[in-house]
Design a protein around this ligand. Structure first.
Ligand code: 3MF
Ligand code: MG
Length: 343
């Protein structure tokens, strides 16, 4: 059975181009304008942070509830669905040192309460996935926190969310560094190890971002395979990355086409998407891009994905099996490279 892929991205993927070294270079698109792009660009799913849904995650709950209901209506009006909600804990003053693993009990309490509200927001907008990107859950210097206690705080946080709502699933989006020097639970392997310690391991899985695996020195398709085997690959953030530097969020396939092909291959051959999983993107427009063309990275990434799906489906699989059996990997190498070059 072949998958008819559905695609998603987050509103932060259409952005004004500011970076740590300079201000915005494009005027902002309003959220309403961004929503108009989704269907036109071929996307059905919207990824959210909690404060992409509500104007402030610190506002009184009645206000947040009201705002979330309006977003749900907007999604319905556009024929879109919410894929996930991720509590954005890392921009708040109480998240300065990572709120889940902070030494301050007040900060940890903030992380928990805000995250439980994120679950409530997800319920209103019809998302059953909660994403944990533990941005500042790590250290700038090793001695700053107790590393064993920190792992325990993360498990406590997972358990509290799982117990708060019996239907939500938690997807860990692990990344080894940036903004921190060293992140706790830096890879999908670490995270799924912890998942087994929670009160309901069946509701803890993964979102794998290509760039995050690459930054950890790993191949994204192997990370995906690891989660797929465990039936725990519930979302992806496809993008590309040129070596070990800051998280570049380049268009999918724009750096290493073969690496992108292998990600598509492992997804395609293992029925990814057949249980409703989205092909999610997490890509940034280049800073030089003019506003009118600052959504091309999204449609381009989607197009590259679909072209790679075609290449997976047209690959001579019998030949691949023969070459595997005879361990003729030089010939297999040429077969794949030729295939990618359309020969
Ligand atoms: C950082 C990320 C994040 C997450 C997002 C959703 C801002 O490297 O990938 O993007 O994807 O916060 O959890
Ligand atoms: Mg991401």
């Amino acid at each position: 059975m072949q998958t008819n892929y559905r695609f998603s991205f987050g509103p932060w993927n259409i952005h004004t181009g500011s970076d740590p070294f300079g201000p915005s270079v494009r005027d902002v698109f309003s959220f309403a304008e961004k929503l108009e792009f989704y269907k036109k660009l071929g996307f059905d799913g919207v990824q959210f942070h909690d404060d992409d849904v509500v104007s402030s995650a610190d506002a009184p709950w009645a206000q947040q509830e009201n705002e979330a209901k309006k977003i749900k209506q907007l999604l319905d009006d556009h024929g879109l669905v919410a894929e996930f909600v991720a509590p954005r804990l890392w921009e708040h003053p109480l998240g300065i040192d990572g709120s889940i693993t902070a030494n301050s009990p007040e900060a940890r309490k903030y992380a928990l309460e805000r995250s439980l509200r994120a679950v409530d927001i997800a319920n209103i907008i019809g998302a059953k996935n909660i994403v944990l990107w533990p941005a500042r859950e790590g250290t700038y210097m090793r001695e700053a926190k107790d590393p064993v206690a920190s792992i325990g705080y993360i498990v406590d946080w997972l358990n509290a969310l799982l117990q708060h709502d019996k239907n939500i699933r938690i997807l860990g989006e692990m990344k080894p560094n940036e903004p921190m020097d060293q992140a706790y639970v830096p890879t999908v392997g670490h995270f799924l190890g912890l998942a087994s310690l929670t009160v309901d391991p069946s509701r803890v899985g993964a979102l794998i971002e290509s760039a995050h695996s690459i930054l950890a020195g790993l191949d994204p398709s192997d990370d995906m395979a690891y989660a797929l085997y465990q039936k725990k690959l519930w979302s992806v953030h496809l993008n590309d990355q040129n070596g070990l530097k800051f998280d570049e969020d380049k268009s999918f396939g724009s750096v290493d086409l073969r690496r992108a092909f292998n990600q598509v291959w492992v997804l395609e051959r293992n029925g990814y998407g057949q249980n409703g999983e989205f092909v999610g993107l997490d890509v940034k427009a280049l800073r030089t891009q003019e506003k009118a063309k600052s959504t091309r990275h999204l449609s381009n990434s989607r197009e590259i994905f679909l072209r790679l799906v075609d290449l997976c489906r047209s690959l001579d699989v019998k030949k691949v099996e023969e070459l595997r059996a005879s361990r003729d990997y030089e010939e297999l190498d040429l077969l794949i490279v030729n295939h990618l070059m359309g020969r």
